[in-house]
Design a protein. Structure first.
Length: 134
């Protein structure tokens, strides 16, 4: 199987990437956001749990680890791209409607989008490419 063929280093790197994404999403949403909103909290909880499960399966050398990791990384990348699209659209709306005051809010949203790119788009994409190669 693919999981057995993967080296110990590759499994640890994939697990570390999954745990990193889980930590960033979990901390960013549940500690970073000042208010709770069910769609955001639910999505974040699912993504965090999926990343933890994916990383755990990699460390446990499960025969389904590579498949689960591919699915989880594809979903996380999709969620990350959707988040960036929503933040960009909201930033442009704020900037256009509220003028100089909206530009400050837009800058915050752009900053959040830039922080999400490495952990919700680049890292899952790199893992997908690596797992495809394995």
């Amino acid at each position: 199987m693919i999981a057995e063929a993967m080296s110990k280093r590759a499994r640890i790197l994939c697990a570390a990437g999954s745990f990193t994404s889980a930590a960033v999403v979990g901390f960013g949403v549940f500690a970073g956001l000042p208010t709770r909103w069910a769609p955001v909290d639910t999505t974040a909880a699912i993504v965090t749990l999926a990343c933890v499960i994916s990383g755990g399966l990699m460390l446990a050398r499960s025969e389904h680890a590579a498949l689960v990791s591919r699915i989880v990384n594809a979903v996380v990348m999709f969620v990350g791209l959707a988040l960036i699209l929503i933040l960009a659209a909201t930033a442009s709306y704020l900037s256009g409607i509220y003028g100089p005051v909206g530009k400050g809010g837009a800058m915050v949203l752009v900053f959040v989008a830039l922080l999400a790119v490495p952990y919700l788009v680049v890292l899952p994409a790199a893992q997908l490419l690596y797992l495809k190669r394995s």
